[in-house]
Design a protein around this ligand. Structure first.
Ligand code: MG
Length: 265
């Protein structure tokens, strides 16, 4: 009987404590049985720390202060040949742009990147040189393997999952926002790299958002794997990797300028 009484008292004590702690929570405005209590003062929902880092924009170039400038027209210091890592021999132009040197091959950054925001401008040549995939075909490859297509698509049909602004053979752009043939285009991208586990399996897919001339064309799209010309996407594990620009090998005449990147953490 005495033991039962002790047990009963212990039970009442525990319940009482739980009840009291709930009351304290309610008094603090933290919780109800239905969920968080509706804040009653403006400061209840204010967060002051940590403060975001301050980034300033260069008035002349428009480049954010925390960006890495990959190409500003001065030289190819940030780039190498993708074929053999030798010095780049694409064409450096007086207007601070570069042009693909036909059949020289792709070029890539010396640096490796993971998650990034990328700004890059490109244009097709004024003189029309071919049709379909053979008209001003180049491409921006994230991590050396995921291509955002560059193409002169003006009055120039091709398969839509390989048209300008497509994630090549994977994602059709929402709209076609091209400049006139021979005029500058801008791509702004937010790219999140895929994650692989220790077994080499992809646990988080890469995603990409692309603006073409300020117009949303890829909206947080999941990248399925490598952007193959023939075959399905592949998913071999990889670490950070360079950004690559394509020489399609058919006298594309594509030019690039004003390339900068912000690393995202
Ligand atoms: Mg291409």
């Amino acid at each position: 009987m005495k033991n039962i009484l002790i047990l009963l008292l212990a039970f009442v004590f525990v319940v009482s404590c739980k009840h009291n702690s709930k009351e304290v929570e309610l008094e603090k405005g933290k919780a109800t049985d239905a969920g968080p209590v509706e804040p009653t003062k403006p400061e209840d929902t204010e967060i002051w720390e940590p403060k975001p880092k301050v980034v300033t924009i260069d008035e002349e170039t428009g480049i954010p202060s925390d960006a890495i400038v990959l190409f500003n027209g001065e030289n190819f210091n940030e780039w190498v040949s993708a074929k053999d890592s030798s010095a780049v021999d694409w064409i450096l132009n007086a207007d601070k742009s570069m042009t693909v040197k036909d059949k020289y091959g792709d070029i890539q950054t010396k640096r490796d990147f993971g998650d990034i925001q990328l700004h890059i401008e490109w244009k097709s040549p004024t003189d029309v040189r071919g049709n379909g995939q053979h008209r001003a075909n180049s491409g921006v490859f994230l991590q050396n393997r995921y291509e955002v297509q560059v193409l002169d698509n003006n009055d120039n049909d091709t398969y839509v999952n390989g048209q300008v602004g497509s994630i090549y053979k994977q994602s059709i752009p929402l709209v076609q926002a091209s400049s006139k043939t021979g005029e500058w285009n801008a791509y702004d991208m937010v790219y999140r790299a895929p994650v692989f586990n220790e077994m080499g399996e992809k646990t988080t897919p890469a995603t990409i958002t692309v603006l073409h001339n300020g117009v949303l064309i890829q909206d947080h799209v999941e990248i399925k794997g490598t952007t193959e010309f023939i075959g399905w996407p592949k998913n071999n594990p990889h670490n950070k990797a360079p950004i690559k620009l394509q020489d399609h090998g058919d006298n594309s005449g594509v030019s690039y300028r004003n390339i900068w990147v912000r690393e995202l953490n």
